[in-house]
Design a binder for this molecule. Structure first.
Ligand SMILES: [Zn+2]
Length: 151
C-alpha cells in the first residue's frame, strides 16, 4: 500500500487526537482498518476523560471494533508509536501492519514489533508531533503519568 493511503488513514486517527485534546485529554488517536481499507473503528486516549489509564488510543479503537475473527489483515493506525501495553495487544492478536504518525516523541515498542515481523510504517507526521508537543509543554505531569514515568 502506498503512503498516500496510509496518510488518509492517519487523518482519521488525527481527528480522534484533536477531539481528545478538545476534551482536555491527551491528544493521541488511533483507528483500525480492514484489508480493503474500510474503517472498523477509531478511538482516542481517554485516560483523563474517563479516569481510566487503560484507555489508550489503540485499546479504545480495538474495543470499539468489537470481536474480529482474525486480525492478520487489519491495519492499526495510531498518531504515536504504541507503548508497551499496546505493543502487547498488537502482538497478542497478531496484527501485522501498524502505521504510526510519529515515533520521535516516544518510540514505544516499534523495534520489537519489527523484530516480530510486523510491518511498521512511520509517517513522521509534523501534525502529530506538534499536537503532542503542545500538550506535553502544557501538562507534563499528565504525559509522564501516561507513559508510566514517575515524576
Ligand atoms: Zn498504549
Amino acid at each position: 500500500m502506498d503512503n498516500a493511503k496510509y496518510e488518509a488513514m492517519l487523518k482519521v486517527a488525527i481527528t480522534e487526537a484533536r477531539i481528545g485534546l478538545a476534551e482536555g485529554g491527551i491528544p493521541i488517536g488511533a483507528a483500525m482498518f480492514d484489508r480493503d481499507g474500510k474503517l472498523l473503528a477509531s478511538g482516542r486516549n481517554r485516560r483523563v476523560q474517563q479516569d481510566d489509564p487503560s484507555i489508550h488510543g489503540e485499546t479504545d479503537a480495538f474495543r470499539r471494533a468489537g470481536r474480529q475473527r482474525s486480525y492478520r489483515d487489519i491495519t492499526m493506525v495510531t498518531t504515536l508509536a504504541p507503548c508497551w501495553y499496546c505493543t502487547g495487544l498488537i502482538r497478542q492478536f497478531g496484527i501485522r501492519t501498524v502505521v504510526v504518525g510519529e515515533s520521535r516523541t516516544f518510540t514505544g515498542g516499534i523495534d520489537s514489533l519489527r523484530e516480530l515481523g510486523v510491518t511498521v510504517v512511520d509517517l513522521d507526521s509534523e501534525i502529530c508531533r506538534d499536537l503532542l508537543a503542545q500538550f506535553i509543554a502544557a501538562k507534563p505531569e499528565v504525559w509522564n503519568e501516561d507513559i508510566g514515568v514517575d515524576a
